[in-house]
Design a protein around this ligand. Structure first.
Ligand code: ZN
Length: 285
C-alpha cells in the first residue's frame, strides 16, 4: 500500500500523518519528480515500508499539497456515468462511455482556489483513476493491473460554455485553468477494501450536495480502462474522471459563488477544499 503526495512540487509518501521526501527516502533523485514516481508506482509499496525507520520531512497537517499527478499526458472525462445523474440531467443513459477531455492545463492542487468564469460554474465530485502502465487493448479482467491508484477530483464545469451552443462544448467548458483540482493523495488500489465501491461526497458552503458510491457507476473502472484502451493508448499518469453522482448545481438551479468553499471527500482518499473566487470568462465574440 502507498499514498503518494506532492509537497512543493516534489513527490513524497504519506505515512502515519507525516510526509517523507521520496528522493531522500530512496536515494534516487529521479523520484523527486511526481510523474516519475507515478510511473514507478510498483516500487512505492516497499519504499513506504521504509518510512517507519526514516526521518519525516514534516507533518501532513502543515503541508500545502500540489496535485499528486500534476502533468498528465491525457485527461479523460466520462459524462452521465451514474443513472441518477443521467436522470437529473434529463438525458438517456449512454450505450458506451460518453467521453470528453479536460485539457491537462486545468489540473491543480487539492486546496487551490477556483476562479469562477461566470454565473453558472458547477461542481462534480468524481473518483479519478490514475493509469500506471502503457495500456492498449487491455481486457476488463486485467484492467486494474494497469491502474497506479485512485485519487479524488472535481470536474468543475462552466455550464454556459459547456451547453450554450449546439453541439455542446464539453471539453472547453470543463477546462478553464484550475477547473481540475485533484488529490489530496494518489492511493494504491490495494488500500481499498473494494476499489469498485468507494463512497464520495461534495459540500458547497457547508451544505451536502452530492453523496454517492462508485458501485453505482454505469461503466465501472475496469470497463472504462478497457474501453478507452481499445481506442487510445494509455500511459502512466493519464487520468480518467469517472463521472459524477446526482446533486449537481445545474439540476438545483444553484451555482458556485465568490467566497464559497467547495469541499469534496472520498473514503480512504481524503478531502479537497477549494475556495471559489471571482474570475474571468471566455473572450466575447
Ligand atoms: Zn464530470
Amino acid at each position: 500500500m502507498f499514498r503518494l503526495v506532492n509537497v512543493h512540487g516534489r513527490a513524497a509518501l504519506e505515512h502515519d500523518h507525516a510526509w517523507f521526501d521520496l528522493a531522500t527516502l530512496s536515494g534516487d533523485d529521479s523520484l523527486a519528480e511526481p510523474m516519475v514516481a507515478v510511473a514507478r508506482h510498483r516500487d512505492l509499496h516497499e519504499l513506504t515500508d521504509r518510512c517507519a525507520h526514516a526521518t519525516a520531512g514534516g507533518s501532513m497537517a502543515d503541508a500545502t499539497l500540489g496535485a499528486p499527478v500534476p502533468a498528465p499526458g491525457q485527461v479523460f472525462g466520462i459524462g452521465l456515468n451514474y443513472r441518477d445523474h443521467a436522470g437529473e440531467s434529463g438525458l438517456a443513459e449512454p450505450a458506451a462511455p460518453l467521453t470528453f477531455t479536460k485539457f491537462p492545463s486545468c489540473i491543480t492542487g487539492p486546496t487551490a482556489d477556483i476562479a469562477l468564469s461566470g454565473p453558472a460554474v458547477d461542481w462534480e465530485v468524481e473518483l479519478v483513476v490514475v493509469i500506471g502502465s502503457v495500456a492498449s487493448h487491455v481486457t476488463v479482467a486485467d484492467a486494474w493491473d494497469a491502474v497506479a491508484g485512485l485519487t479524488l477530483g472535481q470536474d468543475v464545469s462552466d455550464r454556459v460554455v459547456q451547453m450554450g451552443d449546439q453541439p455542446p462544448q464539453f471539453s472547453l467548458g470543463k477546462s478553464f485553468s484550475g477547473f481540475g483540482p485533484i488529490g489530496p493523495s494518489l492511493v494504491s488500489v490495494d488500500s481499498f477494501a473494494d476499489p469498485d465501491d468507494v463512497g464520495l461526497w461534495c459540500d458547497v458552503a457547508g451544505e451536502r450536495m452530492q453523496d454517492g458510491r462508485t458501485r453505482d457507476l454505469i461503466f465501472p473502472v475496469p470497463v472504462l480502462v478497457a474501453y478507452l484502451s481499445s481506442i487510445c493508448t494509455l500511459s502512466p499518469g493519464d487520468l480518467i474522471f469517472t463521472g459524477t453522482p446526482s446533486g449537481v448545481g445545474m439540476a438545483r438551479g444553484r451555482f458556485l459563488a465568490d467566497g464559497e468553499m467547495l469541499t469534496s471527500g472520498a473514503e480512504v482518499i481524503g478531502e479537497l477544499a477549494n475556495r471559489c473566487v471571482a474570475g474571468s470568462g471566455p473572450l466575447a465574440l
